[in-house]
Design a protein around this ligand. Structure first.
Ligand code: ATP
Ligand code: MG
Length: 139
């Protein structure tokens, strides 16, 4: 199910730095169709739940503080091979290791403040999309 969809967030650093438009342009130019999108802010609780898989990691508190400090853009994207192709488009977690031309290479500032999120599996794409959107917000 839903193997052609992924979920993304434009993170607070990229919003603060004025990169929403440029990032959406990269996403649509790469062939992704926006099927759901909203401008919103995560509460600390939302961020803790969203990144629960990382709760034992040393950077968890920093991650939750960062992800809840300002607005984000959340979106569900559609394209063949969406999860894998979107991870390629955004580049490595650490922008210092991200390939030329990737969104993180262009817009991220550090491994923690790395501009965008991309789901890592079809299963998580569905869970993360449902975390942010109801059925009537998906087109
Ligand atoms: P995301 O899930 O946000 O798309 P990712 O899958 O590339 O990123 P994960 O390993 O899932 O990377 O880490 C989730 C997020 O936690 C990273 O995007 C980054 O914001 C933060 N993070 C990861 N590693 C570190 C670290 N060593 N120090 C600080 N923050 C980190
Ligand atoms: Mg991840």
């Amino acid at each position: 199910m839903a193997t052609n969809r992924t979920f993304t967030m434009i993170k607070p650093d990229a919003v603060e730095n004025g990169h929403i438009g440029a990032i959406l342009e990269k996403i649509t130019a790469a062939g992704f169709r926006i099927v759901a999108m909203k401008y919103t802010q995560l509460s600390r609780r939302d961020a803790e739940l969203f990144y629960e898989i990382h709760k034992e990691r040393p950077f968890f508190d920093e991650l939750v503080t960062f992800m809840s400090r300002g607005p984000i853009v959340a979106a569900i994207l559609e394209k063949d091979n969406a999860v894998e192709d979107f991870r390629t488009l955004i580049g490595a977690t650490n922008p210092a290791e991200a390939a030329e031309g990737t969104i993180r290479k262009l817009f991220a500032t550090s491994i923690g403040e790395n501009a965008v999120h991309g789901s890592d599996s079809d299963e998580n794409a569905a869970i993360e999309g449902a975390f942010h959107f109801s059925g009537r917000e998906i087109f």
